[in-house]
Design a binder for this molecule. Structure first.
Ligand code: ATP
Ligand code: MG
Length: 359
């Protein structure tokens, strides 16, 4: 199983870069181009991601609580209690998980629930965990049941039970681990089993950011990308970023490219508006996929109620994509409601679609 290396707290930020290393099968010239484009994106992603907790913007309640436990753990020289982050994609779960060990000056390792298929996949992470280090398990809801059960004693008593040999010769070996911290991240807290959820001392839900918070993130990142921008433009990009820092960063990068190509490299309100319109991002920040979702419910299912699977089939996308990426912001913006009989468009959504179609 591919394993992420241990990252020592003194190392620089190599995590994001490693995501772009696995494209050896790209050979022709176009592929080389897209490879370097991907690498450039990954490098920019890494540059824009806060490295220390103090650089993080928004999520103040969560931030304060984490600060307190980190501070207490440092003063007591004990490992931090296990922490679970949940919330829609792009809101900062991984960012928190990476800033915490940096704050504590401890090692950290990164695993993904999807690749932990059997207990043996988890063993190297556990045996490599150094004192007070952090093991980050992304998409923890995708971990197999057997792996989950193997993790329980590791989280509770810092011990694992290994079975050696088979049949009558089988022996159980008890192995003591260094005290360490698991940080889990999931977009689907509801899919986590109760025993796993209960083993996390802290459970933090990340919510969407305010426009002002996103505007601060955008302003800071425009500086990192060395592009000039005024406050009005920052707020406009923020308004159209679906309350999500990752989307704000993606929109900012597109607007920057547009400004460089069409507007002498400076981003004002007009440039931001034109660039975002060209991408099909509307005044609520909805992109073509969001509108297609609303439009499908309206046109094909007479406004609902309709099950998410039916909408997904009609749109030819996976229901998971709709549930994880599309619906959370539409629910939060009160453009749809979820009832026991299915999704229903609200008056506001119908009004929005009408206004957009009139244009
Ligand atoms: N509080 C924050 N302040 C500034 N930037 C942030 C903050 N949170 C997230 N970001 C930016 O948004 C990007 C996406 O965040 P992150 O990768 O942490 O999201 P996530 O919740 O782990 O998403 P996913 O569920 O898709 O894994 C980061 O690379 C970072 O640049
Ligand atoms: Mg993440």
């Amino acid at each position: 199983m591919p394993r992420e290396a241990i990252i020592h707290s003194s190392d620089d930020d190599s995590f994001d870069d490693r995501n772009s290393n696995n494209q050896d099968d790209l050979t022709n010239e176009n592929a080389t181009d897209s490879k370097s484009a991907l690498r450039r994106n990954a490098e920019e992603d890494s540059a824009l991601r806060p490295k220390r907790m103090d650089e993080m913007i928004g999520q103040r309640d969560v931030f304060e609580r984490i600060k307190i436990t980190v501070d207490a753990a440092l003063k007591r020289r004990e490992p931090l209690g296990h922490i679970l982050f949940d919330g829609p994609p792009g809101l900062g779960k991984t960012t928190f998980a990476m800033c915490i060990p940096a704050e504590m000056g401890v090692d950290f390792q990164i695993a993904s629930g999807a690749t932990l298929k059997a207990p043996k996949d988890l063993i190297p992470y556990l045996t490599n965990a150094t004192e007070r280090s952090v093991l980050f398990i992304d998409e923890i809801h995708r971990m197999q049941k057997a792996v989950e059960e193997f993790l329980y004693p590791a989280m509770e008593d810092f011990r694992i039970d290994l079975t050696l040999g088979e049949g009558v010769n089988a022996r159980t070996l008890n192995m003591q681990l260094k005290p360490f911290t698991v940080i889990g991240a999931t977009t689907r807290a509801g899919l986590l089993s109760a025993p796993l959820r209960d083993r996390f001392q802290m459970r933090e839900h990340l919510d969407f950011y305010t426009n002002e918070e996103l505007a601060s993130i955008i302003t800071r990142n425009a500086q990192k990308l060395s592009v000039g921008m005024d406050d009005e433009a920052a707020l406009e990009i923020a308004r159209r970023s679906r309350g999500t820092p990752r989307i704000a960063n993606n929109r900012l990068r597109w607007v920057r490219d547009y400004a460089v190509s069409r507007a002498h490299g400076f981003i004002n309100l007009e440039v931001a508006n034109k660039a975002l319109e060209m991408q099909g991002v509307d005044i609520l920040g909805l992109d073509p996929q969001d509108r297609k979702y609303l439009d499908t419910i309206q046109r094909v299912f007479a406004g609902g109620p309709v099950g998410v699977e039916a909408v997904a089939h009609t749109m030819n996308v996976s229901p998971d994509t709709l549930v994880d990426e599309v619906e959370p912001f539409l629910l939060r913006s009160e453009l749809i409601v979820r009832t026991r009989r299915g999704r229903i468009l609200t008056e506001q959504a119908i009004y929005h679609l009408k206004a957009i179609n009139r244009k």
